[in-house]
Design a protein around this ligand. Structure first.
Ligand SMILES: C[S@@+](CC[C@H](N)C(=O)[O-])C[C@H]1O[C@@H](n2cnc3c(N)ncnc32)[C@H](O)[C@@H]1O
Length: 311
């Protein structure tokens, strides 16, 4: 089971659960759509022939509109070579917030990413539950997350790819990093725990910034992080050693020409949120803007790229 987003329980609030059964090939596109359209909590149950997506929305007047828009999105999937309407069923039901909080928690197990990184929810006891214990094992980095309504539990391939590409790097303690689309703050936390000097963590979503702020406190990285409400690097004056952006290709692509200006000489770029069929376009844009691709990682149909400024 995979968690793409997470939630904060609001006791007493009524929720609508939408269950989407979809052909495997279309699951990530639909999950992405739902997430971008403010689904609160998204769980992917993987099957052999089809995946089931469970998402939650507050029970309000917008439900009929959300459902119509979802159906319209699904009807357009064949334009992108993905199975559409005939391969998708949608069901809705009312859901009690307390049931949801409980099922959410049980569906967010701790996980190890690569050899080094462990992501665990704050309520979960792991063998590294004690920060000191994790820190005394120099080979492991523990990230504690209290998922709020922000993307970035580490369960989605795009986050995992970013964590892996980041954990492949080495830092000397003087690096300044930008984390564009910080979500839960997960990538900023890893960068700080790997030894960078400072991370500028940016998001357009105020809710995500609140969640990231909380997670920075939990992980004791507040002094080395600078949270900003911004569209990409607008209004940023620093030059970075590394820029990380796990957003969707449609957002990443127009930002690529801007990155060289914000990167130091030989500065690096980690891009994720790229679907396999979009990766050629992204690679070309990187080349056209003076980047060299150093590494590519793949999980399911998602691609993560590490690139460097200059040849
Ligand atoms: C896929 S999530 C990534 C979260 C986290 N960094 C991770 O790797 O799991 C993308 C985040 O980018 C934010 N975002 C989308 N467009 C943005 C933009 N133009 N500028 C800054 N943040 C943006 C969204 O609000 C969301 O929190």
């Amino acid at each position: 089971m995979e968690q793409k987003s997470s939630t904060r329980s609001k006791v007493g609030v009524r929720w609508t659960q939408i269950q989407v059964k979809t052909a495997v090939e279309s699951a990530d596109a639909i999950a992405n759509y739902l997430f971008e359209n403010e689904a609160v909590g998204l769980e992917i149950q993987e099957g052999n022939d089809q995946h089931t997506l469970l998402v939650y929305f507050p029970q309000d007047d917008l439900m009929a509109l959300r459902l119509r828009n979802l159906q319209r999105f699904i009807s357009k999937l064949p334009n992108f070579g993905l199975p559409g309407e005939g391969f998708v069923t949608i069901e809705m039901r009312a859901y009690d917030s307390q049931d949801w909080a409980d099922s959410w928690r049980s569906a967010f197990p701790p996980q190890q990413i690569g050899t080094q990184v462990i992501v665990a929810p704050t309520w979960h006891h792991t063998e590294f539950a004690d920060q000191d214990e994790a820190q005394s094992d120099n080979s492991k980095i523990l990230i504690r997350l209290d998922p709020g309504m922000a993307f970035g539990t580490g369960h989605h391939p795009t986050t995992r790819l970013s964590l892996l590409l980041l954990s492949d790097l080495e830092f000397k303690g003087r690096e300044v990093v930008a984390d564009i689309g910080t979500g839960s703050g997960i990538l900023s936390i890893l960068a700080v725990k790997m030894g960078v000097k400072k991370v500028v963590a940016i998001d357009i979503d105020e809710t995500a910034l609140n969640v990231a702020e909380h997670n920075f406190v939990v992980n004791d990285v507040v002094n080395k992080t600078d949270l900003r409400h911004s569209h990409g690097l607008d209004n940023t004056s620093e030059k970075f050693h590394l820029i990380i952006a796990n957003i969707i290709s449609q957002v990443i692509l127009p930002m690529i020409p801007l990155y060289p200006k914000y990167l130091r000489k030989h500065g690096k770029l980690i891009l994720s949120g790229i679907l396999e069929n979009e990766s050629q376009t992204i690679r070309k844009a990187l080349r056209d803007n003076g980047f060299r691709c150093l590494k590519e990682r793949k999980q399911n149909e998602w691609i993560g790229i590490l690139a460097q400024k200059g040849s």
